[in-house]
Design a protein around this ligand. Structure first.
Ligand code: UDP
Ligand code: MG
Length: 312
């Protein structure tokens, strides 16, 4: 226990927002009298983002800066940022000033109530309604229904975690967006609070309507991954066994006809169906076994190779 707060902030081309964001965080945290650090992850910015972060780091060593080699996307940027944190409690927030740091104490209060992860809820959202708010509503309500995790705004960038929640994760790619679901399935206590969302003043959004579609595909993955825990063999295997058994019974029947009557009569379509079911069955079972082998041999995803520079 070190009482420290860590802030992880992914930033791609956010040059005009970062200094103000830094100041706002410092002002809010000063009232809490706790040590803190801010880990900025420059995710392949092509503007002055890195220079600005470097100047902050030069003045204040509580500011750490990870510069990635190119653009890896928000999820991986966060994952790398997490790896550099030391605090007992880790916050993530967006680098575009849309998340207002003055909500930080409310997050801490909720954690103190016994929650392990607190997710922000942009109830009054200041984003384009047709391209962002609507698709996000759809993904969120699907997510609530399919996973049973009652969070309104799963993809909110503003969240607070106890360290153990992020340490036990073994995630890759975009799945970082679903940490609340994964954490809830691991029986961590997941809660949410309403946050003060502001319109974007500087820079541009990096996500458009297509995120909604990707969101649905990701949701499918997460429902599968959390629903069948680490046993894809059970999922594919049971479908495969059913298919194979049905095909096998058909095969036995055809063999019986051939042996007793000397012909399979007009049962050719049934013969083909039986063969097809057995082949599909074997394929499904082997897919399940392959998936099990992949899980068995997979190491924790490591993206440290994508770090170009680290100012500690
Ligand atoms: N971001 C990033 N890498 C990317 C895209 C976005 O680090 O490839 C950062 C971005 O700089 C911002 C946060 O992720 O700090 C959220 O992005 P944005 O504000 O564009 O998303 P929106 O609020 O529009 O959903
Ligand atoms: Mg934003």
């Amino acid at each position: 226990m070190n009482n420290m707060l860590s802030f992880v902030i992914p930033a791609k081309n956010e040059q005009d927002s970062l200094i103000q964001l830094y100041q706002e965080i410092c002002l809010t945290v000063a009232t809490l009298k706790r040590p803190f650090e801010i880990v900025f992850v420059d995710d392949g910015s092509t503007d002055e983002t890195f220079q600005i972060l470097k100047s902050l780091h030069d003045k204040d060593k509580r500011v750490k800066v990870v510069k990635l080699r190119g653009n890896w996307g928000k999820s991986i940027a966060l994952q790398i940022g997490f790896g550099k944190t030391k605090g007992d409690i880790i916050f993530t927030l967006d680098g575009d000033l849309q998340d207002n740091p003055h909500t930080i104490p409310a997050f801490l209060k909720k954690l103190d109530e016994g929650y392990d992860l607190v997710s922000g809820w942009k109830k009054n959202r200041h984003d384009p309604s047709l391209t962002k708010v609507l698709p996000s509503r759809i993904v969120n309500s699907l997510s609530r229904r399919l996973t049973g995790v009652k969070i309104h705004d799963i993809n909110c960038g503003f969240k607070a975690y106890r360290r153990e929640v992020i340490e036990n994760l073994n995630l890759y790619g975009e799945l970082y967006r679903f940490i609340p679901i994964i954490a809830a399935k691991q029986n961590y206590k997941v809660g949410e609070i309403i946050v003060d969302h502001r319109p974007r003043i500087y820079g541009k959004t990096k996500f458009g309507w297509s995120r909604g579609i990707k969101g649905i595909l990701d949701l499918l993955t997460i429902v599968f991954l959390t629903g069948f825990k680490n046993r894809p063999g059970h999922f594919f295997g049971s479908a495969g066994l059913m298919s194979f058994s049905a095909g096998f019974i058909i095969g036995v029947y055809i063999a019986y006809l051939r042996l007793t009557t000397g012909s399979i009569q007009n049962r050719h379509p049934l013969l083909f169906l039986g063969m097809l079911l057995m082949i599909i069955g074997v394929q499904l079972i082997s897919t399940g076994l392959l998936a099990e082998m992949i899980i068995f041999s997979r190491e924790k995803s490591d993206y440290t190779f994508s770090i170009k520079e680290y100012l500690a």
